[in-house]
Design a protein around this ligand. Structure first.
Ligand code: DOR
Ligand code: ZN
Length: 347
């Protein structure tokens, strides 16, 4: 089967990125700004971005780190804590500083120690968000050590997400980086105010990739990849044409030595070949015609933002992905390192 040699779509956005800060920010932001017009920027810095003043300052640092002439727009998020000030959140949203707020269960992942210990205690803040139409972005994993790491998303749905959606049914909610068939079923059955992002890695690898011939730290992210049946459910959802699913890479750079150490960091740096990854999946599923909605339409429609003007083009061309990328901040190992991929981002 041979498809088209060129694929041109409306300029896309990335609805979930980790841009970091300082020299790492300078080293990675161009990979995202090259492919995407806008991106939802995660607030899990150290210390986290927990108020509108910190978010405004972080946005300035991102804009200053962009390549000359870039029109990339970072969309900022507030890191929710047990002490989030609902007034500051609402004011920040009204002023256009905060696009959304991110819920990290305490200790779920990188720099989430300040996250929310009991979501029920945050309901007043979430009710305020529902009133003003501010989206809640959810890292959907329970953190209890007794719950098997591969079950943490499914258990989160039962214990936290289903009750939350029932309690505050009008809240706009994005279930971030979903990894399970249970998450797909939950999102499909929920109202139009519930959507999900899906990463390239969760469409391309299952949990075997983490153990393929040895321990593979560069295939490790959170939530961790699950069984094959879950990957297939995610592929079906992403390519279904449903407006509830959209592109969010969760690109999460860590220095090579921080990934390859004992107790290495979770996160896959997929920004350099993000659209190529997604195009590979959509082509394999015979759904290249659905890529544009997933990458460029469903996200802005959910967030109530205008669609981007302009377009980007991918061409069918074999590209050798390098084993690593040297940056000023660190050596970074990209997703697909050492592989050949079938698409090239032209611009
Ligand atoms: O793998 C991950 N890396 N998952 C997250 O939730 C956080 C991210 C990071 O910041 O490194
Ligand atoms: Zn993330």
């Amino acid at each position: 089967m041979t498809g088209p040699d060129k694929l041109t779509i409306r300029r896309p956005d990335d609805w979930h990125v980790h841009l970091r800060d300082g020299v790492m920010l300078k080293s990675v932001v161009a990979y995202t700004s090259r492919q995407f017009a806008r991106a939802i920027v995660m607030p899990n810095l150290s210390p986290p971005v927990t108020d509108s003043a910190a978010a405004a300052a972080y946005r300035e640092r991102i804009l200053a780190a962009l390549p000359e002439g870039s029109d990339f727009a970072p969309l900022m998020t507030c890191y929710l804590t047990d002490n989030t000030d609902a007034d500051d959140l609402a004011t920040g949203h009204a002023q256009g500083i905060f696009t959304a707020a991110k819920l990290y269960p305490a200790n779920a992942t990188t720099n989430s120690a300040h996250g929310v210990t009991d979501v029920v205690r945050l309901y007043p803040v979430l009710e305020r968000m529902a009133e003003i139409g501010m989206p809640l972005l959810v890292h959907g994993e329970v953190t209890s050590p007794e719950i098997d790491v591969f079950d943490r998303e499914a258990v989160f749905i039962e214990r936290v997400l289903a009750p939350l959606v029932q309690q505050i049914p009008s809240l706009k909610l994005v279930f971030e980086h979903i990894t399970t068939a249970q998450a797909v079923a939950f999102v499909d059955e929920a109202g139009d105010n519930v959507a999900a992002t899906i990463t390239p890695q969760h469409l391309l690898i299952n949990r075997n990739a983490i153990f393929a011939g040895g321990l593979r730290p560069h295939a490790y992210c959170l939530p961790v990849a699950k069984r094959e049946q879950h990957r297939l459910a995610l592929r079906k959802a992403a390519t279904s044409g449903s407006a509830k699913y959209f592109l969010g890479t969760d690109t999460a750079p860590h220095a090579r030595e921080r990934k390859e150490m004992d107790c290495g960091c979770a996160g896959i740096f997929n920004a350099p070949y993000a659209l190529e990854s997604y195009a590979t999946v959509f082509e394999e599923e015979g759904a290249l015609d659905k890529l544009e909605a997933f990458a460029s339409e469903n996200g802005p429609r959910f967030y109530g933002l205008p669609l981007n003007e302009g377009s980007v083009t991918l061409e069918r061309r074999k590209v050798d992905v390098p084993a690593s990328i040297a940056t000023e901040a660190a050596e970074l190992v990209p997703f697909h390192a050492g592989e050949t991929i079938g698409w090239r981002f032209v611009g």
